[in-house]
Design a protein around this ligand. Sequence first.
Ligand code: NAD
Length: 255
Amino acid sequence: MTSENRVAVITGAASGIGRALAVHYAGRGVKSVIGTFTGDPHDPERTLHLVEEAGGEAVIHEVDVRTTASVEAFAQRAIDEYGRLDYAVANAGILRNSPLQKLTDQRWQDMLDVDLTGVLRTLRAGAARMGGGGAMVAVSSIAGGVYGWEEHAHYAAAKAGVLGLVRSVAVELGPRQIRANAVIPGLIETPQSLDPVNSLGPEGLQRAGKDIPWGRVGRPSEVASVIGFLTSDEAVYITGQALIVDGGLTVKMRA
Ligand code: NAD
């Protein structure tokens, strides 16, 4: 069976990796529900335009992954609009800088609510609506997934947690032929990493890129294509895994 006529829900698809994934799917006949979060200034219409330009089909749906009801309605939109759900991609995430002594319980909770519990809500709502198999991908990070990152303990903890979540869900849903995997992006140029306060910013990315074996930071499409692979039938026997997409950043030995 080809991916033609399959349906995906993607959180955080008004920008960055999520947008690139909707475009990737558009070129392969996969219809998308583009999750957009109104708390951010990103433009979901731009994603829709790019999807249509690529010959695909999608609808925009507002979703806040901090609320179970919102995520349930988001996943349901796939059924209401297209009559099925095949792929659920928990891509939405936030990144905040906070030294340990300023990492209050509230800041910790706020981060985990989006970057870990938000992933649970997305996978749970997706799995409830998949019949006859399906595939899910959660977006982790080299921060937490591989490395520690100073002043980002809450982000790293959430992203490490995503890996345990995905492995367990993969075991539980295997008998239903639903697969669950994670991607671990390295440094990818998106609104998140271009934020100079909470992440590296444009100059920091430029600098960091020189130290990556591939010679530059990654593009959103370079992560999206891996998520696309993991959800596709090409990866039908891969489940519970985490794939690092980082241009060799994490395998380079440093003195
Ligand atoms: P991005 O900021 O463009 O995308 C994140 C998306 O999540 C945005 O569209 C945002 O509106 C959405 N979002 C934020 N809070 C939300 C909420 N409460 N409900 C629903 N949506 C919400 O940045 P990106 O880099 O494309 O991020 C995608 C994923 O990749 C994130 O999980 C991020 O942590 C992860 N990641 C990014 C990098 C990188 O270098 N860019 C590296 C590792 C992991």
